[in-house]
Design a protein around this ligand. Sequence first.
Ligand code: FE2
Length: 225
Amino acid sequence: MNHYRGGQPCAGEARLPEGTATLTPVTPKTPRTTETPETTEAAEPPASVTPARDWDAIPERNLDRRELRELVDELAGDPGRWAAEVDFPEDGGGRHYASLYRDAYVDIWLLCWRPEDDTGWHDHDISSGAVRVVSGALKECNPRIGGEHLETLVTDGESFSFGPDHIHRLTGAQPGSVSIHAYSPPLWRLGQYSISDSGVMRRVSVSYADELRPVDEPVDAEQVA
Ligand SMILES: [Fe+2]
């Protein structure tokens, strides 16, 4: 499901959010705000939720992290917008994801996680973001130089937000995990990090269309020079 406001979609509709091994094409569809939600295990809304805003109700400006978190939390309670996109391909085609919405200020994705899915360390350049887990659990790690990395388990019903200064790594903590992600402004460049065996951390700027994956191979001494 792709929803674009303002005519043409922003460039980059095929970008790979949060690390995706393989692009799973998603056919653009018309808004499904009036459709009957499809029932899946991941789609059960909380008993009492405030109906999510229409796509057109999203402000036409950049959203801060609080607003992004509110947005993904609201969407979690409106599975008619995303439940049909939940999928776990059995053909080894990699992690499945779907673009739910994109305009000049925000883009929203649904991601389906297997335990082997790992984004590697990355930042989001100038974008803020928010993540809501709607099924299963994700593990978020934050790098700690010279110490144990911080690990946080984010389970079904929980969400978090972050600013452009945030560096993290996400992995699927349970089979069949599903999450909703929102970014503002829409991702264009990301920083991908490697941490060598000696603890040296290095950043490379990558395009939204590049695959996010672990790049923690030891840094060659000649490259460091
Ligand atoms: Fe991220």
